[in-house]
Ligand binder design. Structure first.
Ligand code: ACO
Length: 357
């Protein structure tokens, strides 16, 4: 059997931090509400475009795997906030890192984009089409945010993660997954003004508003991820007892707690970093996976279950067998450019731009 082992991992977190108190300076909200309803304390605001975040995450993933850009045969870029749609953003990453042997594609399934990208690359490696790939989950959602809407503005942040995958004979990487979509409910999470159908010379990218039925999304998120987990466990022949870690998409701590209760998983097996970053959409689950590895929690050969949920309404769950190495081979010297503004200043600039439309 051929598998797609995860041998490199890297993240790129924008340095500017937006706290709950920062949000309360321009929204009718407070730290107590946001913390108790979501588990979030702070999130990052990016001063660079999403391809730049992805570049740094990819350089770090390659160094971690002990590979060069020329080893990469495919780049799959999962996101909702691509710098540009044509040409695709994966091709920009290819150029930035010099991965001239790589095919390039973008994948958009909203918050699950990083996980769907993992399926695409894993499947292509397992079928023999390619032998290596970089997959990216990255998002600069701050630019698309409706900063006047407290229902959504408090929930999201920016960030990027990349994994390097390579063909391997031993069972490793994704061993089973389940993907799906509640298309009939797609309107309950949508960004009005974002996409070709809205093209209007009088509108700018900032001129968007979110349709976001929080409570309905909450219920669908628990149902979708729960269903995906059950199917994935069944497909892999594993039970909750076999799983060492559940590393879920982090959209709301209460969603995670409800899901975990439904799955009868010990809460100590659940990795949480939502307080640090909020929901980074496509980057969320992959950043969480990388941080669990960086914190030395993941041990060689362990099974990790990764449920995710996003606009569409897309859902997924991946069962991953971690490989033999939990330490990076090389450290990368790739860094983001320095940032001379605070997160709050950047958000205020975005609010000002929107007011000027
Ligand atoms: N600060 C203070 N009060 C607020 C805020 C805020 N930021 N947001 C809403 N409220 C108010 C509401 O107006 C409401 O007031 P009312 O009672 O006077 O009408 C009250 O708080 C309660 O609102 P609810 O909607 O009942 O709050 P709830 O406990 O359901 O939490 C939340 C809302 C956090 C949005 C929750 O429903 C949720 O997490 N939903 C899922 C989010 C999610 O999954 N997002 C990821 C989507 S994936 C993707 O692809 C983008």
């Amino acid at each position: 059997m051929r598998y797609a082992n995860i041998t490199g991992w890297g993240k790129a977190m924008p340095p500017a931090i937006l706290t709950n108190d920062d949000l309360a300076t321009f929204l009718d909200t407070d730290d107590q509400w946001i913390t108790s309803r979501t588990g979030m304390k702070e999130r990052r605001i990016s001063h660079v475009q999403v391809s730049e975040l992805a570049r740094v995450a990819c350089e770090r993933a390659l160094a971690a795997a002990g590979k060069t850009a020329l080893d990469v045969e495919l780049i799959v870029f999962g996101s909702t906030t691509f710098d540009e749609l044509c040409p695709n953003t994966a091709s920009n990453v290819q150029r930035m890192i010099g991965a001239t042997n790589a095919a390039c594609m973008d994948v958009n399934t909203a918050c699950t984009s990083g996980m769907y990208s993992l399926t695409v690359a894993t499947s292509m490696i397992r079928s023999g089409v390619i032998s290596s790939a970089l997959i990216i989950g990255a998002e600069v959602i701050s630019v698309l945010q409706d900063w006047s809407n407290r229902d959504v503005a408090v929930l999201f942040g920016d960030g990027a993660a990349a994994l390097y995958l390579e063909a391997e004979d031993k069972e490793s990487g994704v061993i089973a997954e389940s993907l799906g979509c509640y298309g009939e409910s797609r309107e309950i999470l949508s960004i009005d003004g974002y996409g070709v159908k809205y093209l209007d010379p009088k509108r700018s990218l900032c001129d968007v508003s979110w349709n976001f039925l929080g409570q309905e999304i909450f219920k669908k998120a628990v149902a979708g991820m729960g269903h995906a987990c059950e199917k994935t466990m069944e497909k892999s022949g594993k039970t909750a007892d076999d799983i060492s870690w559940v590393i879920p998409h982090q959209a709301n701590l209460r969603i995670i707690n409800t899901l975990v209760k439904r799955m009868h998983v010990d809460s100590e097996k659940v990795y949480i970093n939502i307080h640090r970053y909020g929901n980074m959409s496509a980057a969320t689950a992959l950043v969480a996976l990388i941080e669990a590895v960086e914190e030395d929690l993941v041990k060689p050969g362990q099974l990790i279950l990764m449920p995710a949920f996003g606009g569409g309404l897309t859902w997924s769950a991946h069962m991953i067998r971690w490989g033999e190495r939990t330490k990076v081979i090389n450290e990368s010297d790739a860094e983001l450019p320095s940032c001379d503004k605070t997160a709050l200043e950047m958000v205020q600039d975005l609010i000002k731009r929107k007011a000027e439309i």
